[in-house]
Design a protein around this ligand. Structure first.
Ligand SMILES: [Zn+2]
Length: 373
């Protein structure tokens, strides 16, 4: 009889995903082969915990398991079916999101019971500059990337120094007794394999630098500083069973000439003249989806904010768009000629030109409050 996955991780049926993740992290550290060399029971516990997490850590699989128990995965092939276990590669590849990247590469090599170590190439980082329009609509960018790739014709054989493990064990005597530590194999630099035949133009590891064009799909609503990952488009690593690193794309937002971004909302400063404000006017303004004409009523006040619903930036995490807030500013001429001066002087004592703010003309502070509510 197979043990219950919840029992294995010591969590309850009502535990949240975060609690399950935490519980698994604890078990994985407790039973990690590096900490328990030669302990078959620890290794078994390590594998079972990984198997339990593979199911309970995934909402769909967990729901299936809750309905049908272990039967949900019988005959599914791969891990989890019957008594079949996950292999060590699968387990270590889970670690990236459990422990963060600091653990990803470091684990794995020290373990002697599983298959050969799988080396991952290093990540590459690039910056992509996007206009506000591209951010608002989403965009596909083609970028040229210089990546390390295995040269055509490069063949590899298992490294004799480390027997393909990529790591060698060093035993040292300390005041606490004999300590066993794993170190990167000096012969193969951790890849577990060494170059058998060196193609022309490649380096000592059978690698060369190649320029590749990578297409990156950027979803709408990204934010300056955000990083996207394109799996497998980083540097390749030597060896026949290595996997390439990832391409990390950092988003940089190009400042828009007229639109200011604030989260998902955009702001636009619109300037109108005295006569336009007094008579009413129709104005063309910039939005991320092209120009739009808006109508200002006669007698519009400086400081009025017009909200164009949905004309902002789409939310990257949920549905819906931000708004475009048009700030109306009445432009005062800095100098007047004689004729203009005469006109305004004749108006200055006009009853109609004396400010009489109404209750409905909200103060600046009230408007700011409204904007954020
Ligand atoms: Zn080696």
């Amino acid at each position: 009889m197979k043990k219950d996955f919840y029992e294995i991780l010591s969590v309850s049926k009502s535990s949240t995903t975060e609690e399950i993740k935490k519980a698994y992290r604890k078990k994985a550290i407790q039973y990690h082969p590096d900490k328990n060399p030669g302990d078959a029971e620890a290794e078994e516990n390590f594998k079972t915990a990984a198997e339990a997490y593979e199911v309970l850590g995934d909402a769909d699989k967990r729901a299936r398991y809750d309905r049908m128990g272990h039967a949900a995965f019988d005959g599914a092939g791969g891990f989890g079916g019957g008594s079949q276990h996950m292999n060590m590669d699968d387990i270590f590849s889970q670690f990236g999101d459990i422990f963060g990247s600091a653990f990803g590469g470091g684990f794995g090599g020290g373990f002697n019971g599983g298959g050969q170590r799988r080396v991952k190439g290093s990540n590459l980082r690039i910056k992509v500059k996007l206009t506000l329009e591209e951010i608002a609509n989403g965009v596909e960018k083609k970028v040229k990337v210089k990546r390390k790739v295995q040269a055509a014709g490069a063949t590899f054989r298992t490294c004799a120094t480390c027997n393909g493990q990529g790591q060698v064990m060093r035993v040292s005597n300390t005041i606490l007794g004999r300590m066993q530590t794993a170190a990167t194999c000096p012969t193969c630099q951790g890849s577990g394999q060494i170059l058998d035949k060196k193609p022309e133009g490649s380096d000592a590891f059978g690698m060369l630098v190649d320029e590749d064009t990578v297409s990156i799909k950027i979803p709408a609503g990204v934010v300056d500083g955000m990083q996207l990952k394109v799996s497998g488009k980083g540097n390749e690593a030597p060896g026949s069973n290595s996997i390439p690193g990832d391409l990390i794309v950092a988003i940089e937002e190009i400042e828009h000439e007229f639109l200011k971004r604030e989260g998902e909302n955009l702001h636009y400063d619109l300037y109108v003249s005295f006569p336009e404000a007094a008579l009413g006017v129709s104005k063309e303004i910039d939005t991320v989806s092209g120009k739009v004409r808006i109508k200002l009523d006669e007698g519009i006040q400086s400081g009025k904010i017009l909200r164009l619903k949905g004309k902002g930036i789409p939310s990257i995490n949920s549905y819906g768009n931000g708004d475009l807030l048009v700030h109306v500013n009445v432009w005062t001429p800095k100098t007047l000629n004689k004729e203009q001066k005469n006109f305004f002087e004749s108006m200055i004592s006009e009853e109609n030109f004396i400010p009489k703010p109404e209750k409905s003309d909200k103060s600046f502070f009230e408007k700011v409050k409204d904007m954020f509510s």
